[in-house]
Design a protein around this ligand. Structure first.
Ligand code: PEP
Length: 260
């Protein structure tokens, strides 16, 4: 911990390509909003598909619940068919997930570290808080390459980004083999990788104060049952939740994350 200012935990829901119809997204939000609105001591962020971002922005306007997108282009505008820019998103939400492994994947968008760096830079320029995802695959994990790979991803994504900007960013450590598999990392392993590889890379780039100021989440098969164990880890400042964020008991998960 910083010694100056404790890090406020942050829990983010990645709805992925689900609940993208206005009627279903609004109905679900109406179910979870009362419970989520009562939770204190924790920043909460919902990241729905782009199709319902505006509708949810209206419904969340007078709550403490934040809103985020799941990706954004680095350019502000121009000839980029099908893309949405950080400049556009900044009109309706506060956060943007960047560099998710499902977008880095070759069979998906093959996003490079360089492109993710441009995206992070653009998000910060437009006042959005990036939730930068990093994490190793199973092969790298088994080969003992996790530290090298994850710290490399952090450094590449933040190239040229100033310390002040990094301090208001969020990083999500998401081992790829744990995403959507029901096989979460152990809380101790998540804690170790976040401390050693994520904060270690931040310390190398910006010094210890900045490294201690950045909030780092764990992501990968987080559930209402295991969230408490992750939150108990000193390096873990919250979670990025996929599958479990689509269920009504996400409210219980959020309560447990807040220690209630
Ligand atoms: C994710 O996709 O960011 C994620 C962590 O998914 P899940 O919680 O379903 O593993």
């Amino acid at each position: 911990m910083n010694g100056k200012m404790p890090r406020k935990p942050i829990l983010a829901a990645n709805w992925k390509m689900n609940l993208g119809r206005a009627d279903e997204a609004i109905a679900f939000l109406r179910k979870i909003r009362p419970g989520l609105s009562e939770i204190e001591g924790l920043d909460l962020v919902l990241c729905p598909p782009i199709t319902v971002l505006s509708a949810l922005a209206e419904l969340l306007a007078r709550t403490r619940i934040g809103l985020g997108a799941q990706d954004a282009h680095w350019e502000s505008s121009g000839a980029h068919t099908g893309e949405i820019s950080n400049a556009m998103l900044a009109q309706i939400c506060q956060y943007v997930i960047l560099g998710h492994s499902e977008r880095r994947a070759t069979r998906s968008h093959s996003e490079s570290d360089e492109a993710i760096n441009w995206k992070v830079t653009a998000a910060l320029e437009h006042g959005l808080t990036p939730i930068l995802c990093v994490g190793e695959n199973l092969e790298q994990n088994r080969a003992g390459q996790t530290h090298e790979f994850v710290s490399g991803q952090v450094k590449a994504a933040l190239a040229g980004v100033a310390a002040k900007q990094v301090e208001r960013s969020v990083i999500a450590y998401e081992p790829i083999w744990a995403i959507g598999t029901g096989e979460a990392a152990t809380p101790a392993d998540a804690n170790r990788v976040i401390g050693l590889s994520v904060r270690g890379a931040l310390a190398e780039l910006y010094g210890e104060d900045t490294a201690q100021a950045v909030r780092v989440q764990y992501g990968g098969s987080v559930t209402v049952e295991n969230i408490g164990e992750f939150m108990a880890m000193p390096e873990v400042d919250g979670a990025l939740v996929g599958g479990a964020s689509l269920k009504a008991d996400f409210v219980d998960l959020a309560r447990a994350a807040a220690g209630r």
